[in-house]
Design a protein around this ligand. Structure first.
Ligand code: HEM
Length: 481
């Protein structure tokens, strides 16, 4: 009996000591958090309760419902983590541009499972990786892309012939194949194979929903290693097997006939001078495809749905395309030539505003930092609600929820309220690349086909996971011009 009492007492004293030390070490965090506006009583138990009761698919949406409309920022506690949420354009831009909020919080980004990839990597390593990859996205390099993208898009346009007058079909299969091919043939040297609905294509398609599924596990401290024993972890391992097989194939091919173009990402990844180890190479390879694949695919597909629904916008865009080509312009696709398509650019920008493919971005305070008069404790995570900012009437007017590309032909009242590619030092490295690839796709596609969509704009339902998706898919029908 005495032994049992001693053990219980010992455990009790250990727990209390741990708790007291834990609280003591975080004194300043609690003191500063106290002064921040927001949800006061979100205890550890409530956080657990939310994780257990909310469907994973609605996890992010649920957290965002705590954003207070009348406050610039709203704090919540997610377990032991202090999180600040905001949809305020000025605050968001200050976070983008502060040198103390460049890092990404592991709390959310560990779910990407690519710790060494540019999307999740932090600190000095981020600067080194970003510098190395920037040379693949310079204007000089981008100028070589239109020719490659022209060929890629013409292949997809040809593939689409089988869908003419065949009713509605899922467009992301085709847009996805295009996004895949463009990256493969321009930067990653995996173009020899046709990736239309290949294993690799499907592995990437499955990867994004899985990241949301594992988010609650990551928040409570699971890693890829200990997830392995449960079903979801097994699914992850299967996907990574496909990634690894493919990467090995690419590496072996490049060893046999090494890529000589030092501006290509694959060259930088495999160049011993850059000192990337196996994990760096794998995580960057996946990051680049992940960064380019789903984003470009979803924006191309949503923009075509918008054109199918808003036939007047499609008509206006066709007029622009015809005028530019008929006016005797050089039809060699160059960046200067693409810059002439102003209405097309407006359509793409409006689509990215309404259907922000990365609806929430996150950052972490690597130091204690003052932003807009609030002192934010070191380690705080920021959830930046870009999608909500993009639809806020305060910035976009009463018609904020309507598809109106023309607004981008005028000077925006609040340009800082638009950030589909994020901002500051972590802004999308491929944003110009993406615009070139999307414009070329639309030129070749729209010169061949008219697009229709039977969905009603007001009835389109979206769901917010790591990315924003249409619940019923991206369905359009096409007819020949
Ligand atoms: C419509 C197309 C695209 C959209 C809307 C988009 C959007 C974004 C956003 C919002 C971020 C910031 C993510 C964050 O802060 O967590 C990002 C980062 C990134 N994107 Fe894109 N992206 C697009 C296309 C591309 C393409 C084509 C590539 C590559 C060729 C690419 C590669 C990356 C990479 C590597 C990052 C991480 C950058 C860093 O943290 O330093 N993206 N993208």
């Amino acid at each position: 009996m005495f032994v049992l009492e001693t053990i219980v007492l010992f455990l009790l004293v250990t727990c209390v000591t741990h708790y007291v030390v834990f609280r003591w070490k975080r004194q300043r965090l609690y003191a500063l958090a106290e002064k921040l506006p927001g949800h006061e009583g979100f205890s550890i138990w409530e956080s657990f309760f939310m994780i257990l009761t909310v469907h994973r698919k609605d996890y992010i949406t649920k957290v965002l419902t705590y954003i207070k409309d009348d406050a610039k920022i709203t704090k919540i506690w997610l377990l032991k983590n202090l999180v600040i949420m905001t949809k305020d354009a000025d605050f968001i831009n200050k976070v983008f541009n502060s040198q103390h909020t460049i890092d990404k919080p592991e709390l959310f980004y560990d779910a990407f499972l690519v710790k060494r990839g540019l999307i999740a990597i932090n600190g000095e390593d981020q600067k080194v990786h970003r510098k190395i990859f920037t040379k693949s996205f310079t204007t000089k390099v981008l100028q070589t892309l239109p020719k490659i993208f022209d060929e890629n898009s013409k292949r997809i346009v040809k593939l689409l012939e089988s869908k003419v007058n065949c009713g509605e079909f899922e467009f992301t299969d085709y847009a996805g194949s295009y996004s895949f091919d463009t990256l493969g043939s321009s930067n990653l040297n995996y173009s020899e194979k046709d990736h239309f609905k290949s294993d690799l294509f499907y592995a990437f398609e499955k990867f994004s929903p899985i990241m949301v599924d594992i988010l609650p596990y990551i928040v409570v401290g699971f890693t890829r290693k200990n997830l392995r024993y449960i079903n979801i972890g097994k699914r992850i391992e299967e996907i990574f097997k496909v990634f690894d097989n493919y990467l090995n194939e690419v590496i072996n091919n490049n060893r046999k006939s090494p890529c000589k173009d030092e501006n290509k990402l694959i060259f930088s990844l495999l160049d011993p001078k850059n000192g990337f180890d196996e994990e760096d190479i794998r995580d960057e390879f996946i990051t680049m495809i992940l960064g380019a694949f789903e984003t470009t695919t979803k924006i191309i597909s949503s923009a075509l749905m918008m054109l199918g629904i808003h036939q007047n916008a499609q008509h206006k865009l066709m007029q622009e395309i015809e005028e530019i080509f008929i006016n005797g312009d050089d039809t060699t696709l160059t960046i200067d030539f693409l810059n002439k398509f102003q209405f097309m650019e407006a359509v793409i920008k409006e689509t990215m505003r309404l259907f922000t493919v990365a609806p929430i971005l996150a950052r972490k305070a690597s130091e204690e930092v003052e932003i807009d008069g609030y002192v934010i404790p070191k380690g705080t995570a920021f959830l930046l609600a870009i999608d909500a900012m993009h639809k806020d009437e305060k910035y976009w007017g009463k018609d904020a929820n309507l598809f109106k590309p023309e607004r981008f032909l005028e000077t925006l009242a609040y340009p800082q309220a638009y950030a589909p590619f994020s901002g500051g030092r972590r802004m999308c490295i491929g944003f110009r690349y993406a615009m070139i690839s999307m414009k070329i796709f639309f030129i070749n596609f729209l010169r061949s086909y008219k697009v229709n969509c039977s969905s009603k704009f007001e009835e389109l339902e979206t769901e917010m996971t790591m990315t924003l998706n249409f619940v019923k898919g991206y369905k359009v029908s096409i007819e020949r011009r």
